[in-house]
Write a protein of this length. Structure first.
Length: 124
């Protein structure tokens, strides 16, 4: 089951990826009705994400041209703490995803946990 926050961030990700999407298509992709989608759009606007809308038969939602979320930046200590926390969660089987629980080579030492890994998409 998805949490509303996950779906709100999913809307943002879809808009960043596709640029312009109809409400019906966004709602279908995140598996909610259009009324719920409008609430999610409002939440994004409330936190400062600039979204524009086009009304009508061929209307759509779009991010303001040029808007991109800044990448997450971590200090070395923050990256290490995050990696250790994720490894601990995996070892305690706190994840519902089998792929997340599988330990990848190179993550056994704390220093290696900061190496870039191939992205993993959870199918939860």
């Amino acid at each position: 089951m998805y949490h509303p926050t996950t779906r709100v961030l999913g809307v943002l990700e879809l808009l960043q990826t596709h640029g312009r999407m109809s409400g019906a298509e966004l709602a279908r992709r995140i598996k909610v009705d259009t009324r719920t989608l409008r609430r999610y759009i409002t939440r994004l606007e409330e936190i400062g994400v600039p979204i524009t809308t086009e009304r009508g038969r061929h209307g759509a939602y779009m991010l303001v041209a040029g808007y991109k979320l800044p990448p997450m930046m971590f200090t070395g200590e923050e990256a290490l703490a995050l990696s250790v926390g994720l490894l601990a969660a995996r070892s305690l089987a706190l994840s519902d995803c089998r792929s997340c629980r599988r330990q990848r080579p190179g993550e056994t030492r704390a220093g290696d946990a900061r190496k870039p890994q191939a992205p993993h998409q959870c199918d939860r």
